[in-house]
Design a protein around this ligand. Sequence first.
Ligand SMILES: [Zn+2]
Length: 427
Amino acid sequence: MPTDSLENAPAATTRRDEAPLSFAIEARIPGAGGRAGTLTLPHGPVETPAFMVVGTQATIKSLTPEEVRGLGTQMILGNAYHLYLRPGAALIEEFGGLHKFMGWDGPILTDSGGFQVFSLGFALEHGVGKIAKIFPGEGSQAPKRAQRPKLTRIDDDGVTFTSHLDGSTHRFTPEVSIGIQQQLGADVIVAFDECTSPLHDHPYTARALDRTHRWADRCLEAWTRRDDQALFGIVQGGAYRDLRLQSAEFFAMRPFPGYCIGGSLGKDKDDMRAILDWTLPILPEERPRHLLGIGEPEDFFSAIERGIDLFDCVAPTRLARHGALYTADGRLQIKAARYTHDQGPIEEGCGCYTCQRFSRGYLRHLFHAGETLALRLASLHNLYFIVNLVRAIRASILDGTFATFRDSYLGRYTAKGGATPGKTLSA
Ligand SMILES: [Zn+2]
């Protein structure tokens, strides 16, 4: 970090040393930015790289905290937007905070609500995810003003939006988002940002980035009430190199003890890798980095190699509920007729509860019968698969075999076309 840049940093600089977080890097990937380490938070340690299981509504859908812990999960993610709307942050505070309310005593990160307020509404209207090819052959196109989400009104101070639950009107500002996250009480909270879509053009993304940066400084000022929470900044800038560089430089100068990489990650996985290549070398290497909303097997290797430490994604549980199950040979669709007589587990050698006890044929039956156990067993397997894949990558960094492991794993995973092309589910 250039010394002179500190002069432009806000007055809160000294808080970095007081952050309730420590991050120790234990091993590095030779010739790359990737690393394995341990992030220590008020509710315990997280061995990184790590995958956070997503608990949107103060629950990991269909699973108990003991089951989630039993998969190897060390940290989960909660959504400020959803919990603010229902049951309300004040009610959760009344119960002693999110940890006690949901019976999870490990580390939690809450997002700021920015993604849901801006991008989820926009994505729902336009069918856009974090990585999306919208207009093949046309590149990134600016949405017409009339196409902007009608339920969201943004100004320089904050954003007014309509609840997807009951149509009521609400307003988030940086101060409101921090206040909600302080009431929820997660170990890590995230600065409130304007999350842009892959549909936004450069001029709009630049204006949104400017707002995100001003809001980040307001979040730092608002982050005063609790000393048991770490506030992460969130780097934005869409798929535009100059904006990503500008944003990474902005955040590198601020006293955030860690960072999220947010927003649009371009039109395909090459764009995502390029965005990480632009961004990560600028961020202070001693602080942890979280890539928001990414969690497909083939994404982990390239992101971890470049220096991502934390992931979260709804894909494992969302896919599970649709009967799409991960295996080392790619994903299989358990509802398919070919599994009717299959007495083997989802995957031979898998250590999860489901694979220890149940056959593919039984799972297929549960899905066709509409039994809730199907959702539980499928979620247990998919989360076990993803959490332990990231743990295996961590182990390969520690023992110096990352590149070998990556090549053999991806060679098998993609060999039968099981990998997902270009499209990633996001929260
Ligand atoms: Zn399994």
